[in-house]
Write a protein that binds this ligand. Structure first.
Ligand code: ADP
Ligand code: MG
Length: 227
């Protein structure tokens, strides 16, 4: 699986890089043309902008798949990472009546990480949780420390859950059950967690929502060779 991801990652990053520049000019000029357009044309420009935005989303996911050239790790604060991610998703949560509950241990230890990449990880997971609850509910984020010293982060929702046949397909590129999904979020997530020497598990009993568990080594557990 890891080898497969690395090949997909290299290919994806190459393609994404090539698409990015032409995409930027298409987005820019579409905006210019829309501002000069008649009412009737505006409708078409709106669609063009939405579709370009969708390509942009996919390209961005592709870029994250590849290991960035400067894969910088620092001591990071997971609580700060969550604060940032929650502030980004707050509006979307409020709009669908989703309550984000925090259940953090006292004095969460620092972890050796790339903060931006971990933000992407938890953004993907919490976004999925919110999207699984179109009629509202709770997302509960629990941070605790395992006996082994690993940090255990659990993200639990009360959403539609994942049927057993679908759970097998999770992590396969482009597997999505959403009209506007890319099916890349969890692949990116998996890849980043792997680069952090952690692991990730998703489970669902079908009706009572979904739980995602992420385990990350804390600072003292990484050896020099891992870094
Ligand atoms: P996308 O969100 O673009 O569909 P993801 O890789 O993030 O892509 O997720 C893949 C699929 O996994 C989703 O389309 C959905 O079917 C399922 N999934 C992921 N997280 C959840 C969740 N919390 N509840 C229900 N289904 C989920
Ligand atoms: Mg997603």
């Amino acid at each position: 699986q890891s080898e497969k991801l690395s090949i997909i990652g290299q290919l994806a990053a190459g393609v994404a890089h090539e698409i990015r520049n032409p995409l930027t000019s298409l987005m820019g000029f579409t905006k210019v043309l829309k501002s000069k357009s008649t009412d009737q044309d505006t409708f078409h420009f709106d669609i063009m902008q939405q579709e370009l935005e969708r390509i942009n989303l996919i390209v961005n996911d592709f870029m994250t798949l590849a290991k960035p050239s400067s894969h910088e790790f620092k001591n990071g604060n997971i609580v700060e990472i969550f604060k940032n991610v929650i502030s980004i998703l707050e509006t979307q949560a409020i709009m669908t009546n989703v309550d984000i509950k925090k259940n953090y241990m006292d004095e969460v230890p620092l972890i050796y990480c790339n903060e931006n990449e971990l933000k992407q990880v938890f953004l993907n997971i919490i976004k999925n949780a919110i999207e699984a609850m179109p009629y509202g509910g709770d997302v509960t984020i629990t941070i605790k420390e395992e006996k082994s010293g690993k940090l255990h982060i659990e993200i639990k929702d009360q959403g539609i859950g994942i049927p057993p046949d679908a759970i097998k397909k999770i992590g396969k590129p482009f597997f999505t059950t959403k009209e506007k999904g890319t099916g890349l979020g969890l692949i990116v997530t998996q890849r980043i967690i792997e680069l952090h020497h952690g692991c990730f598990h998703i489970s669902s009993n079908g009706i009572k929502g979904t739980t995602v568990d992420v385990y990350l080594p804390n600072l003292s557990q990484l050896t020099i060779s891992d870094v």
